[in-house]
Write a protein that binds this ligand. Structure first.
Ligand code: PLP
Length: 404
């Protein structure tokens, strides 16, 4: 390592809160599926900033939209109208079939906003007694890092010593419709769930789960809130992961790839009167819905569709999954995925996934471990067959080694 790499890493460590443990690479440039470090080494990005860079690094059309808008107008606040927000609403509604949109910034903010909205809907429309609203969530969920959200996490690392937390949440196992049926009470306003649990290690529920969930929520007048912040916008090979089961959520949360990685943009989408309960002054965000964010998001959604990225995610995801399944290595316990949301779970005896990620780095691949024994693989949706094959050769080389 040259001194410059050591300086960046050491300086971060000296001044920064140590709430991350990054792989030892300092990146300075990106283009499409590739990123380069400060020494000019090239890597295939198999994390895509946790699926935020689905459109590929520095997509030229999103970049152009951002620069053009930044020259004209960046922030008005919602105290005034701007000439981008209406177009963003129109285009995201047309893309997703939603009726109402609430623009926010980070994913966690979208989750918080959805929680506030479904509670309000519960009191004002469903008729739940004030202060009694219950929201059901799943074990091993990941919905962000704000205080409200970590309060219903089941991960001791995520919630430890951050309490006291807000009441009103009930935790059930993921993928278990009977548990949902048993947990719903007259005061239940919503079921908040990820279509595929990403941070938990790409956990895919049993087929038919969401069909049953949809039926239960409809029967009991419970809002189904799908957190598609990671699974949405083509990541799983469909625009929204809910489409794999042919269902529609009442509330859908988007973030991450909504800006193609240029800017924090998130949104709460609703198909019914949930967002309709919000009145002036009851919710807001200085930056939410700003013209720069809207212009970036519009371009990010446009290229996703125009350049066939969703279909490509389905095609290349299938190829990647097949290729991973073909790797004969006794380090591998299970390979799973849908579209380009993939994971290799290692046998506990094979050693920590992080060791394999560090070895992958030396072969020109950046991937991230999650939960000790799982390597998550989520390249930009613009990846080609040749690049998938190139990656597979390297995964095969590393996974057949034993780092235990
Ligand atoms: C990343 C993520 C979030 C949080 O988004 P931030 O922008 O980091 O706040 C919420 N839910 C899911 C499913 C995510 O993957």
């Amino acid at each position: 390592m040259s001194s410059s790499v050591i300086d960046f890493i050491a300086t971060e460590a000296r001044f920064g809160a140590h709430n991350y443990e990054p792989i030892g690479v300092v990146l300075s440039r990106g283009e499409g599926v590739w990123v380069w470090d400060t020494q000019g080494n090239r890597y295939l990005d198999c994390l895509s900033a946790y699926s935020a860079v689905s459109q590929g690094h520095c997509h030229p059309k999103i970049l152009a939209a951002m620069v053009e808008q930044a020259h004209r107008l960046t922030l008005t606040s919602r105290a005034f109208h701007n000439d981008q927000l209406a177009l963003f609403y129109e285009e995201i509604a047309a893309l997703t079939g939603s009726h109402k949109v609430l623009p926010m910034n980070s994913g966690a903010e979208a989750v918080e906003s959805a929680i506030k909205s479904v509670r309000k809907w519960g009191y004002e429309v469903k008729g739940v007694p004030d202060g009694q609203a219950e929201i059901i969530v799943c074990a091993n969920n990941f919905h962000g890092r704000t205080l409200g959200v970590v309060g219903f996490s089941t991960d001791p690392e995520t919630r430890g010593h951050f309490g006291p937390f807000a009441p009103g949440f009930k935790v059930i196992p993921f993928g278990d419709a009977a548990a949902l049926a048993g947990a719903i009470t007259p005061n239940t306003v919503a079921f908040l769930v990820e279509p595929i649990q990403g941070e938990a290690g790409v956990v895919i529920p049993p087929a038919g789960y969401f069909t049953e969930v949809r039926e239960l929520c409809t029967a009991k007048n419970v809002m189904l809130v799908l957190d598609e912040i990671q699974t949405g916008l083509g990541r799983t090979g469909k625009l929204l992961a809910e489409q794999h089961e042919g269902i529609e959520a009442d509330v859908t949360l988007l973030g991450k790839a909504l800006s193609g990685g240029f800017y924090p943009v998130s949104a709460v989408l609703s198909n019914n009167d949930v967002l309709g309960t919000l009145r002036p002054g009851q919710h807001g965000s200085t930056f939410g819905g700003n013209p720069l964010a809207c212009a970036v998001a519009r371009a990010a959604m446009r290229v996703l569709v125009e350049e066939g990225m969703i279909e490509n995610a389905a095609r290349q995801g299938a190829r990647f999954l097949e290729g991973l399944k073909d790797i004969r290595a006794n380090t591998i316990r299970e390979v799973r995925g849908r579209g380009l949301m993939l994971a290799v779970e290692l046998h506990p005896e094979a050693g920590r996934a992080r060791r394999y990620c560090e070895a992958l780095q030396s072969k020109g691949i950046l991937a991230k471990d999650t939960h000790e024994h799982t390597i998550r693989i989520a390249p930009p949706l613009v990846i080609t067959s040749d690049q998938v094959d190139w990656a597979l050769e390297r995964f095969a080389a590393i996974l057949t080694q034993d780092f235990s």
